[in-house]
Design a protein around this ligand. Structure first.
Ligand SMILES: Cc1cc2nc3c(=O)[nH]c(=O)nc-3n(C[C@H](O)[C@H](O)[C@H](O)COP(=O)(O)OP(=O)(O)OC[C@H]3O[C@@H](n4cnc5c(N)ncnc54)[C@H](O)[C@@H]3O)c2cc1C
Length: 440
């Protein structure tokens, strides 16, 4: 038995964790076990990567199989991490087409959550750059799925939260880059209106994302820093810099769970105000930063999830469809009125995605962390109601709380997904704590 939780350390549970060392073992385990779901590096925040009865760790599927520099297609097992891909291929001038906000995730986890990055508005989700998947089903079959072969299963596996079977390996597309540096431009927005406008105006940039101070009130409600980014070209690289810097991150780590009193409204308010004012000083100017500083700032502090103490925290990410932006104002108003502060909350524009259960839709997404407390859980449930009322949805990779009603309202292809799970014999056999909670 092992203690199991997501990155938010809420909810926590204990249960068996099966380890497999190759794709054949993983296929057999998927066929033999019941109430099982695969797990990558456990960076989803809630209960998605915990099996209803047994969890199957896929991190032993760690081999890269082939790489074609002409097409940029990497074939690799599902437990290979994004960190390993970047370490191996960035020095050769290749970078993944889509990366989430941490590099400690696996290929299987990125496909199953159909993760999005700061370029989702232009380049789509991770799933849009997956060529094929080898998938182990509960009936002993191993299927190759792609847009041409078993396309329905392919579409259900991308964003399907591991609920169609175990991803054994995949072919993913990398892109060419000339350097490992990002030219970053910061814009300061004094309130939510300005932030939304600025995200629109920076839409032609390859990457754009806003950090939002959710505690600011009154005329400053929604003040944000918008970070635009482009891959730096070799000819523009400042003199003396090496083209492909290695990561210097990961030397600082939070050694233990912090006492709950350290995180209070005052400390979070002070952090947010300082972060905004410091960032606003750089507004309008270009800075050239390393790939890890731009894409993965949180990876700079190991075990940062311990900052929230023993009770853990909930990461909450919703998307509000275009035309319903007034609901975002309402959400921010409720958060700031409750003094429910979050470090580094994020606001971003999203475009639709192709997986049956993918999270993105055309609109604005807001992601925030709140420490677990009865008041915060009640507040988030109220926010879920606002999101559902606006026709939005909650991201399953972050979810620990949403009700079945909110879930069903948010995912219009749910019936198709459930029928497909029936057809491949996954219902009841492939199951996580998340799927049990949401009645899948
Ligand atoms: C600091 C931080 C920043 C983040 N930023 C972003 C972001 O910008 N955008 C974004 O979209 N997400 C983001 N995330 C969420 C994260 O990218 C996803 O939750 C991702 O799925 C985690 O990958 P993992 O390997 O840790 O998977 P896990 O957390 O272990 O599992 C996630 C899901 O994938 C399934 N799964 C894992 N491996 C397999 C497999 N081999 N076969 C079948 N199913 C499998 C699991 O069953 C589960 O449903 C962030 C998370 C953190 C901690």
């Amino acid at each position: 038995m092992r203690d199991l939780s997501g990155w938010g350390r809420y909810p926590r549970t204990s249960g068996p964790l099966g380890m497999v060392s190759d794709v054949d073992d993983a296929a057999v385990a998927t066929a033999l076990l019941s109430g099982v779901v695969a797990r990558g590096l456990g960076r989803s925040y809630g209960d998605a990567a915990i099996g209803r009865e047994t969890t199957l760790s896929a991190t032993g599927l760690d081999r890269m199989q082939s790489f074609d520099p002409e097409t940029g297609i990497l074939a690799a097992e599902a437990g290979v991490s994004l960190a390993e891909i970047i370490e191996t291929f960035l020095p050769r001038g290749f970078f993944p087409k889509v990366v989430p906000g941490t590099r400690f995730v696996t290929i299987g986890g990125m496909i199953a959550s159909d993760v999005h990055g700061k370029n989702q508005h232009n380049d789509g989700t991770f799933g849009d750059h997956v060529e094929w998947i080898m998938l182990a089903l509960p009936d002993h079959r191993v299927l190759r799925c792609s847009r041409a072969e078993n396309p329905e299963i392919f579409a259900a596996t991308i964003g399907g939260m591991g609920l169609t079977g175990t991803i054994l390996s995949a072919g993913i597309q990398l892109k060419r880059v000339e350097t490992g540096w990002i030219r970053q431009k910061t814009h300061a927005a004094r309130n939510l209106d300005e932030a939304i406008r600025c995200l629109q105006q920076t839409e032609d940039a390859t990457y754009t994302v806003a950090w939002i101070d959710v505690l600011a009130r009154g005329k400053s409600m929604g003040r944000s820093l918008i970070l635009e980014g482009e891959h730096e070209t070799l000819s523009d690289l400042p003199w003396g810099e090496i083209p492909f810097p290695t990561s210097k991150f990961g030397r600082i780590s939070v050694p233990m769970e912090m006492p709950g009193w350290m995180l209070n409204g005052a400390s979070i308010r002070a952090f947010n105000a300082g972060y905004y004012l410091n960032g606003a000083r750089h507004a309008g100017r270009d800075r050239v930063v390393t790939w890890d500083a731009y894409f993965f700032p949180l990876d700079g502090i190991g075990n940062w999830n311990r900052i929230y103490g023993r009770r853990g925290f909930v990461q909450h990410q919703c998307v509000i469809p275009e035309g319903a932006e007034h609901v975002l104002f309402e959400i921010l108003d409720r958060l700031s009125a409750a003094g429910a502060g979050s470090f580094l909350a994020v606001l971003k524009r999203l475009a639709p995605a192709s997986g049956l259960m993918s999270f993105p839709m055309k609109g604005l997404t807001l992601a925030l962390d709140l420490p677990v407390s009865p008041e915060n859980l009640t507040l988030l449930t109220q926010i879920d109601g606002l999101v559902a009322g606006a026709g939005g949805r909650i991201y399953l990779a972050k979810d620990a709380l949403q009700s079945r009603d909110t879930f069903q309202a948010g995912y219009p292809d749910l019936d198709r997904f459930c029928r497909l799970r029936d057809d491949i014999g996954a219902r009841g056999r492939i199951a996580s704590k998340l799927s049990a909670r949401l009645g899948l």
